[in-house]
Design a protein. Sequence first.
Length: 95
Amino acid sequence: MSALPSPAASPNLTRSEDPFGPIVTLSLEAVTYRFRWVFPGTFTMGEAKSRRRASYDQTAHTVTLSAGCWLGEAPVTQALWAALMGAATTSAGPT
């Protein structure tokens, strides 16, 4: 894992790895959020036409990442936003 770019050093970050690859875990206040390393490469994003839902376009297409990046494992919650930014968002919704 030492060859991967590392987020800024912080006591709130821990690094680990599972069978799917490297992970950085952010622990801030009562919130824990995981980032996964996405390796560079080419893959197909979307679904075959027979499996698509009609509500939005998810046509299968080729995507190439020329460099890897850290990607959040889940959507950002209001609790995470508040822990990072110091205030919750203005829209109502679950935390």
